[in-house]
Ligand binder design. Structure first.
Ligand code: PMP
Length: 426
């Protein structure tokens, strides 16, 4: 099965001349199988079309922002109405207050909200607020956890200096003893403890948070006066209509949000508890586009969908259907796969696949059949997906396992991947 790709190849060639490496960041396809398109023409509901007109059921959802479906009519209408009135004006529109009110009423631990543009803005602000609140320096993060692309947290050290991370200490996710040890090492200089809502590191099996670990993080923060921060940028609203750690009954002091809170319109947020309000109000953070009104209006409409629709139950149900189906198909074709994390944010890795060549082979077969999956990053379901979409994905999976078996002896490791994995800092 061959996809046409001439438009994509032409664009890549033009891009190489005017964009470093032709593309950069997490949406570069340099580390994906060759069949993955780099450029897309349009998206609607649960589907994407590449620039050559090939259509895909999209299990990446823009790496998270698409929660209710691309071009959601009600959310887009709210954004379009605001667009007619004004967007990046000299000050925010009233939707800023409405959006903050809605987030504060939805998220149990939150008493206030601040808005920014990217998840990294929110995590960096959380770090600054923890330092301002405590007057201390050390920040504990879990080894391998992603908190963004700023010098203090980027997984790729190029362009950074050791001092950018001088006050970071690491622990192992879900390992309370290692958390204790990191906190001990920080001594009387601990400003904050970062926690991913669940372990969703790239290239590794996902795991849900253990309640004992989350409670220990809360206790340690309380005992030391440090702030507990949940980075809900990726998982926010996908596990709960609240902070994701509400699922283990632990309230952080700060939580970071982004990606899906406005269903793809560019906005992120930092939410906080009363005790951190004064520190939050004293740091200087801003940006030319942070207060633009269109994304705020889209955010208000998105939260209305959160409150009134069954999106969460639906994505869980469809995710479970996909997981069960893939488990059975993999067995039929004699492959051993591991499906980890919440069903609505699935990650699929193959056993005995240290250089990921088998996962790459299967993912490439899926993409050739119009199902956009990822070989090493967690995926996302969106509420625009239907039972028929999951059936289509399972049909394609059946054929893809078959093709993988037939091509098994020809699979080879991806040339750039090994070097990249080696260069990753944590
Ligand atoms: N934290 C987490 C958990 C994320 O998944 C991401 C984005 N993948 C970020 C922070 C950074 O968000 P952004 O790319 O919007 O800066």
């Amino acid at each position: 099965m061959a996809l046409t790709n001439s438009q994509d190849r032409q664009l890549r060639e033009r891009a190489r001349a005017v964009i470093p490496n032709g593309m950069y960041g997490h949406q570069s396809v340099a580390l994906l199988p060759d069949v993955y398109p780099q450029f897309f023409a349009k998206a609607e509901g649960a589907h994407l079309w590449d620039v050559d007109g090939n259509r895909y059921l999209d299990f990446m959802c823009g790496y998270g922002p698409n929660l209710f479906g691309y071009c959601h009519p009600r959310i887009d209408a709210a954004a379009a109405a605001q667009q007619k009135l004004g967007d990046a004006m000299t000050g925010p529109g009233p939707a800023m207050v409405a959006f903050a009110e809605k987030l504060v009423s939805l998220v149990t631990h939150a008493d206030w909200a601040m808005f920014c543009k990217n998840g990294t803005d929110a995590t960096t602000m959380a770090m600054m607020i923890a330092r301002q609140h405590t007057g201390r320096r050390k920040i504990v993060v879990a080894k391998g956890a992603y908190h963004g692309a700023a010098p203090w947290c980027t997984p790729n050290p190029a362009g950074t200096v050791a001092e950018d991370r001088a006050h970071l200490l690491t622990c192992i996710y879900n390992d309370s003893e290692s958390l204790d040890a990191a906190v001990r090492e920080a001594g009387d200089d601990l400003a904050g403890i970062f926690a991913s809502p669940f372990k969703h590191d790239a290239f590794a099996d996902q795991s849900l948070p253990e309640r004992a670990y989350a409670m220990r993080a809360r206790e340690l923060a309380d005992r030391t006066g440090a702030l507990l921060i949940v980075d809900d940028v990726r998982a926010g609203l996908r596990l709960a209509r609240d902070c994701s750690w509400s699922t283990v009954s632990v309230k952080p002091d700060l939580s970071c949000w982004g990606k899906d809170i406005a269903n793809g319109y560019p906005i992120s947020a930092l939410l906080g508890a009363e005790k951190a309000r004064s520190a939050a109000g004293s740091i200087y953070v801003t940006g030319s586009f942070w207060f633009a009104a269109v994304a705020m209006a889209a955010g208000v409409a998105t939260l209305e969908e959160i409150e009134t629709s069954d999106y969460l139950e639906k994505t869980v149900r469809l995710g479970e259907k996909l997981r069960l189906g893939l488990s059975s198909l993999s067995k039929t074709h004699d492959f051993s796969i591991r499906q980890t994390g919440p069903a609505q944010m699935p990650l699929i890795l193959f056993d005995e696949d240290p250089d990921y060549r088998v996962g790459y082979g299967w993912s490439a077969e899926m993409v050739k059949r119009g199902i956009y999956v990822h070989p090493w990053h967690n995926m996302f379901l969106c509420a625009a997906m239907t039972d028929a979409d999951i059936d289509a994905a399972l049909n394609a999976a059946d054929d893809s396992f078959k093709a993988l078996r037939a091509n098994f002896s020809t699979l080879a490791p991806h040339p750039g991947l090994a070097a990249m994995l080696k260069s990753r800092r944590r």
